[in-house]
Design a binder for this molecule. Structure first.
Ligand SMILES: [Zn+2]
Ligand SMILES: [Zn+2]
Length: 331
């Protein structure tokens, strides 16, 4: 089979690999849609995961089961599924508390072992969820939306009536959609790129230009403010927009060495909560429900559906201009 292989740090390649076979408790998936995520870039640079190279990346993928291994019940060849990439140990203190995404030895398909940028992928049967007749490109959004759902849980989003999301890229849009399906009444998106603001508006979210008077008018006025840019200066500004008693949420991946200034007095006096968010904690079913609730229009978040060759080019450094979510899709 053809697969993207991170041969070593900063060395993406397109290779022929032997077709994988399912072992006990595993299923073989014919990959139909697999999305690129910023995390993949961090994995390639050696900034995230265990750098277990060579590695087939890709943790946002959906496909059709071709074959089931021994000891697999409840699944059969032909089933349409999406993968929950996380592989938790189940026994460490975090796992025992139910915080499996914070497992001390968390692994994941596409991060610590082979994932979905390949024609075929073998995963544990316990890691797949049936998608019914949902199109594969939409189902492959369940993993990033699952991360959003986990973050919204950490940020107690059900208390929020208003929200502001910095960054109107694919994950910012999924964040806004996740907030909307979670019951937040008014969600706005901020970006420096006018085209992305137009796109936000096309999804029904007010698009607000960075450094505009409109943004300044939101000073201390928003219940839930999320960073989906990973830019430290943006992360540092969240509390400027959080209302008294509100929440600032760190969702974008900032450089690990970045530091920002926080006023502890301000957090105290205005009773502000700062929430971190990492990965997903068995949120795929919730995300599939959200994708169904939002409807087919969500497929517009996928701007490019391309062959593995073109995915290889993206990892080599040429991101298509004005792209949103880029997916490998089987023709
Ligand atoms: Zn991701
Ligand atoms: Zn664990």
């Amino acid at each position: 089979m053809k697969a993207i292989v991170f041969q070593d740090q900063n060395t993406p390649t397109l290779k022929d690999r032997p077709d994988p076979r399912p072992g006990a408790g595993e299923v073989l998936i014919e990959v139909h849609a697999s999305g690129i995520c910023h995390t993949d870039i961090e994995v390639l640079r050696g900034n995230y995961g265990t750098s277990a190279f060579p590695l087939i990346p890709g943790h946002e993928y959906a496909g059709r089961i071709l074959e089931i291994g021994p000891e697999v019940a409840d699944l059969k060849a032909g089933d349409r599924v999406v993968v929950d990439p996380n592989l938790e140990c189940g026994t460490c203190p975090a796992c025992k508390r139910g915080w499996t995404h914070l497992c001390e030895t968390l692994g994941a398909y596409g991060v610590t072992c082979d994932g979905g940028f390949a024609e075929y992928s073998v995963v544990k049967a316990s890691r797949v969820h049936l998608i019914g007749d949902m199109p594969y490109d939409i189902a492959a959004l369940a993993e990033p939306l699952g991360c959003v759902m986990n973050g919204l849980d950490a940020a107690q989003a059900t208390r929020a009536k208003t929200a502001l999301v910095f960054g109107a890229g694919p994950i910012g849009l999924l964040m806004a959609i996740g907030m909307q399906v979670s019951g937040v009444k008014k969600v706005s998106l901020v970006d420096i790129d006018a085209a992305r603001l137009d796109l936000a508006e096309s999804f029904g979210f007010p698009g607000i230009a960075a450094q505009s008077a409109e943004l300044e008018a939101m000073h201390h006025g928003i219940d839930l403010v999320a960073d989906a840019t990973g830019v430290p200066a943006v992360a540092a500004s969240l509390t400027d927009y959080v209302t008294n008693g509100g929440v600032g949420m760190f969702f974008g991946i900032c450089p690990s060495e970045a530091r920002i200034e926080i006023s502890p007095f301000e957090l105290f006096r205005r009773q502000i909560t700062l929430a971190g968010s990492h990965s997903l904690n068995h949120n795929i079913p919730q995300a599939l429900k959200g994708l169904r609730a939002y409807g087919k229009d969500i497929a517009r978040i996928v701007s490019h559906r391309v062959a593995l060759e073109e995915i290889a080019a993206v990892f080599d450094g040429s991101l298509p201009k004005s792209s949103l979510k880029i997916q490998f899709t089987r023709p």
